[in-house]
Design a protein around this ligand. Structure first.
Ligand SMILES: [Zn+2]
Length: 1042
């Protein structure tokens, strides 16, 4: 290989100084129940950095188009599409079999209408009732409904609510004692005459109404009742503060167990009697698994993310693309404020659709580009109402009446629907794509295909751990699998390679060369790319040269003693290459250490455990210099996405090094103390997934809504240059952006709440596209409607992302308090406005939110929010970044891991064994359990595991013979082995991240790392058990209601 030193004037300047960091950034003042006002992590927008793209998303009234005055929706207007204000029957209910292309089957339509209502079908009610019948009831149950003892003064229940909530049942369970402490009053003290099912929410009798109201009630400002005296448990010490609990503050490290709380005499609250995530998940599966979910109805609550079903798009985006915290918005801001339920949508624009669902159609509206509303710029969609014989249409978002362009004209049928309704995806479907015209391209030029640049740290440590050789070997085959357009034979993506330690090495891989040429840039202060021609090449054309290089790299640096690395200049180099090639791109950086070499972005070890649990703890989550923020901004402006694979053996300041991936839509992977024998496969699986992922580049997302509310806040791995446009250098199929909505007016109950998400991007072939997702939600002035349409999994996604951002500005203690307060408020508002009068001693939870406390407690106990000096700062920062881009599936399993009793698996069935609750109590000495949370996976072996199963899975005669160093299970030809390996493979396939399997035995020293995932128990590093948290929330609710 020829090698030449390069000392040249940089032809491309790097990030200009003076562009400013985002110093004003990271949010806003703490205020109750909401995190961070503007919300943009980087709010110091610099006009000069705006992309030169004339963003078609920016609403502007074009001078060339007359903008008709908004006309109220006249009754004379004929109805069309699902925007259907005057028509009771959605036009989708009985689609005419006209053109057939997208016409749904009649049976599907009717099926969906009957089975997919918000209210539970009778079957479900019966199931729950029978379960309750079998349930043991504690002695306070007989007096559960005591209107006269209720402190509530809420309005009487409305008949509509009562009638529509058959699934909400009285759920009395064991009770605390008269001191208000959790206790285990022996169950079944109530005779079979069960308390009558109540039409209201789930009742959890945490305190017997007879005595409970005494035991729990506490006058704000007064010392707490004896049972909660801080001395006793050292925990809920803040009762004196009345409505301001400092429960969370007492969290970290506090021995917050129910037992301690309750004192030695107290018995424990029966865990079987409090809402079980497993039961909720299984019941939803029973009701909806394997069914067709037809999206033809406004405000339909989809099945849970844990239930698999087939989605048929009939006018609303699939829940795979958009999930909402509630499918019924409150009609006014006041009502929203009362309930404090966040109104948010978790949008995953590139979600992968399973093979049995129709892929998105691509629509072309010709040279003039997609048809859009003149006023609000919303794209043509099922929410546009055609009127005047089809010559005009009224925008469902802003009511503006627009002319239909002559080429698009079509007659209407007798119900006012265009005759070509089912021929046009943009009229009949919730999700589709438009071909974008040059107006939508940077500098009005068609984009070039994107580039992938592989940048390998070849310092001493990375060579020593075998990482460099591993990467080079893998790339030889992986380069054949770069993403490509569906029909394309080869990928259009060009590739480039850089190696680096303190200096950078670029490689000329022009196909005409016999050998790759290396060019060294040692002046890392002013990074530039020393070659244009030959750096980014077509894999197919340059294959021999690329392979030659990948063979040579490990050898070239095999004897290196260089241990210092740079990091920011590596990103700058990739960025400059992408800029020079006038394309978008993705950098894959494989890096091991804190970049301490003298260069821009040099970092120092600033980890400081003493900050934990102080007001300065937030510093650990703020980057140590603004340099990386500026760099991230520059990357986004030039559509350069950055993925970083970290191989640290000590602190590397993940917070700072993760800024660029996090702001550009990239990913961060971390392999602590990487060992080739045990971690190679795990890493390679992640790399393979990452490289092959469906992805869109140079993306701008805009969320439009109808009058009455708007998108106000955005959470995710992205960048905001202004308050409305989400910018990402690239967005892949696993990234989700959570959008919060706020009222700016009253919502019309008839129209509902309409959302259109438009994502402009460049696909892997270099074609500019607009991906549109539409969703219609209900709207109501009744709290009950709001509460029954909530989705806890989506709520937790929102709470997690907003809390993880809030810790940049606020002490963790404050953030935890806000979360607990908001939980109590949400549940208290339900109690006040929706539940039938009953004893104050009962905890009443809305059916759709009965898991909110358990998930919330697990969020509070997560590494990020826990504030324990035992937890590595890098690990906390890493989890924070992971969650920030997660979808609802990701946060659901992350905050409530799946625990599968392998010893109960049915080897003759395709199904997984039914999961059990994440608590030590559910483990059994004779059992084998698989636990996974989307990131980690464990196989736990009970001391008395069945020898037959051990033989089948491990091929050893006994428990003692099992080698827990295995990184995968042996491939044995017996049903046990096949079944467990298929379960593991299935779980891995469903997840964006590869999970390393860790095998451990009961009572082994390493068991602790497993036990921390038993999230219903008291946390190993602090944090309350589920039971204790529920008791605490109950107390808070009662305080709010008195
Ligand atoms: Zn409009």
């Amino acid at each position: 290989m020829s090698q030449q030193g390069y000392v040249a004037t940089p032809p491309y300047s790097q990030a200009k100084p003076g562009l400013g960091g985002y110093s004003t950034g990271f949010g806003s003042q703490p205020h109750y129940a909401h995190y961070g006002g503007t919300g943009q992590p980087y709010s110091a927008a610099q006009a000069g950095l705006l992309k030169p793209v004339p963003s078609p998303h920016v609403p502007s009234v074009s001078a060339g188009h007359p903008t008709p005055a908004p006309s109220p929706f006249g009754q004379t207007h004929l109805q069309n599409g699902i925007y259907n204000p005057g028509n009771q029957m959605p036009s989708y209910a009985a689609p005419p079999p006209c053109s057939g292309q997208t016409a749904p089957l009649q049976s599907h339509g009717s099926n969906s209408l009957s089975n997919y209502q918000n209210t539970a079908p009778p079957l479900f009610t019966q199931q729950v009732t029978s379960q309750l019948g079998a349930m043991q009831i504690s002695d306070h149950g007989s007096s559960q409904v005591h209107p006269q003892s209720s402190p509530l003064s809420g309005p009487p229940l409305r008949p509509t609510f009562q009638g529509s909530q058959p699934q909400q049942l009285l759920h009395p369970i064991s009770s605390p004692t008269s001191q208000g402490l959790p206790s285990a009053v022996p169950a079944a003290t109530v005779p079979p005459g069960m308390p009558p099912p109540s039409p209201v929410g789930m009742h959890v009798g945490l305190a017997g109404p007879n005595q409970g109201s005494v035991g729990y009630q506490q006058v704000p400002g007064q010392p707490p009742m004896t049972g909660y005296l801080p001395q006793q448990g050292g925990m809920y010490g803040g009762q004196q503060r009345g409505l301001q609990p400092n429960y969370p503050a007492a969290y970290p490290g506090a021995p917050a167990t129910g037992a301690q709380l309750a004192g030695p005499q107290q018995k424990k609250l029966d865990p079987d009697s409090i809402p079980s995530p497993i039961q909720v998940i299984e019941e939803d599966k029973l009701r909806r698994s394997g069914q067709l979910f037809v999206t033809n109805t406004k405000g339909q609550v989809p099945p849970l993310v844990t239930t698999s079903c087939v989605v048929q798009d009939q006018g609303n985006a699939s829940p795979r693309f958009i999930r909402c915290t509630t499918y019924c918005f409150p009609s006014t801001a006041d009502m929203a404020k009362q309930s404090q339920i966040p109104l948010a949508a978790v949008i995953k624009p590139f979600a992968i659709l399973p093979p049995n669902e129709a892929p998105l159609c691509v629509v072309s509206h010709g040279e003039s580009g997609p048809i859009r509303c003149n006023r609000c710029k919303a794209y043509m969609c099922p929410l546009m109402q055609f009127i005047e014989g089809g010559r005009r249409y009224q925008c469902g978002f802003c009511n503006c009446v627009n002319e239909v362009p002559p080429f698009y004209f079509q007659h209407l049928d007798h119900i006012g629907r265009r005759l070509d309704h089912y021929d046009k995806p943009e009229l009949s479907l919730g999700s589709y794509e438009f071909m974008a015209t040059l107006d939508y391209c940077k500098n009005s030029k068609p984009p070039n295909p994107p580039a992938f640049i592989f940048m390998i740290d070849v310092s001493y440590y990375n060579i020593k751990i075998g990482c460099v050789k591993l990467i080079c070997e893998e790339l030889k085959t992986l380069l054949d699998k770069l993403p490509r357009e569906d029909q394309a034979e080869t990928s259009a993506i060009r590739v480039g390679f850089v190696t680096y330690n303190k200096v950078l090495h670029f490689y000329n891989l022009k196909s005409s060369l016999a050998q790759p040429q290396m060019m060294v840039v040692s002046d890392v202060g002013e990074m530039f790319v020393p070659l244009l021609d030959g750096f980014l090449v077509n894999v197919h054309e340059s294959r021999p040269v690329i392979n030659n290089l990948l063979d040579q790299i490990p050898e070239m640096f095999a004897d290196t003693s260089e241990s210092e690395t740079v990091f920011a200049p590596v990103i700058q180099a990739g960025l400059e290459a992408v800029k020079a090639a006038e394309c978008s791109g993705k950098l894959f950086i494989f890096h091991s250490s804190l970049p301490t070499a003298e260069a821009p972005g040099k970092l120092k070890n600033r980890d400081d455990k003493k900050l934990v649990n102080t007001d300065k703890e937030k510093i650990l989550f703020q980057p140590q210099s603004h340099f990386y923020e500026t760099l991230a901004k520059d990357c986004v402006a030039n559509s350069c996405c950055v993925d970083v694979f970290l191989f640290p053996n000590q602190y590397v300041d993940v917070t700072t090094m993760g800024i660029v991936p996090m702001s550009t839509g990239g990913s961060l992977y971390k392999y602590n103390n990487f060992q080739i024998q045990t971690d190679a496969e795990h890493f390679l699986n992640n790399l393979r997934k990452d490289v092959q992922k469906p992805i869109g580049f140079d993306a701008i997302m805009r969320v439009r809504t109808n009058t009455g509310f708007r998108a106000t806040d955005f959470l995710g791995s992205m960048y905001m240059n202004n308050t409305t446009d989400v910018e990402v250098a690239a967005i892949d199929c696993d990234k989700a952006i959570t959008v919060e909505f706020k009222h700016d007016d009253k919502l019309n109950e008839e129209n509902g709440a309409l959302i259109q998400c438009a994502l402009l991007y460049t696909n892997v072939a270099g074609h500019r596209r607009l991906r549109i997702h539409n969703l219609t939600l209900n709207c109501s002035s009744q709290h009950a409607d709001l509460y029954k349409s909530c989705e806890t999994d989506a709520l937790i996604n929102f709470f997690a992302k907003s809390a993880y951002r809030a810790i940049l500005n606020q002490p963790l203690k404050t953030v935890r308090e806000i979360l607990v307060n908001q939980t109590a408020h949400i549940l208290a508002c339900y109690r006040k406005n929706c539940a039938s009068p009953s004893s104050a001693g009962q905890l009443i939870l809305p059916e759709a939110m009965k898991l909110l406390p358990v998930y919330m407690n697990n969020l509070l106990k997560s590494y990020v929010l826990l504030g324990s000096p035992d937890l590595p700062t890098d690990e906390r920062a890493f989890q924070r970044l992971l969650v920030t881009s997660m979808d609802v599936v990701g946060t659901q399993s992350f905050y409530y891991p799946r625990l599968l009793p392998i010893h109960k698996m049915d080897v003759n069935s395709e199904e997984f064994p039914a999961a059990v609750r994440c608590s030590e109590e559910r483990l059994a000495d004779g059992g084998i359990f698989l636990l996974e949370n989307g990131i980690n996976m464990f196989l736990w072996l009970g001391l008395n595991s069945q020898p037959e199963l051990i033989q089948g899975i491990f091929n050893v005669p006994s428990f003692a013979h099992i080698n827990t160093d295995l990184i995968s299970l042996p491939e044995l030809d017996n049903p046990y082995s096949r079944k467990i390996r298929s379960i593991i493979a299935n779980i891995r396939n469903q997840n964006p991240y590869s999970m390393k399997l860790i095998i451990l035995k009961q009572k082994d020293k390493s068991e602790g790392i497993f036990r921390q995932f038993l999230v219903e128990d008291k946390g190993l590093h602090g944090g309350a058990s589920y039971v204790d948290f529920l008791c605490y929330v109950h107390k808070e609710i009662r305080q709010l209601l008195t």
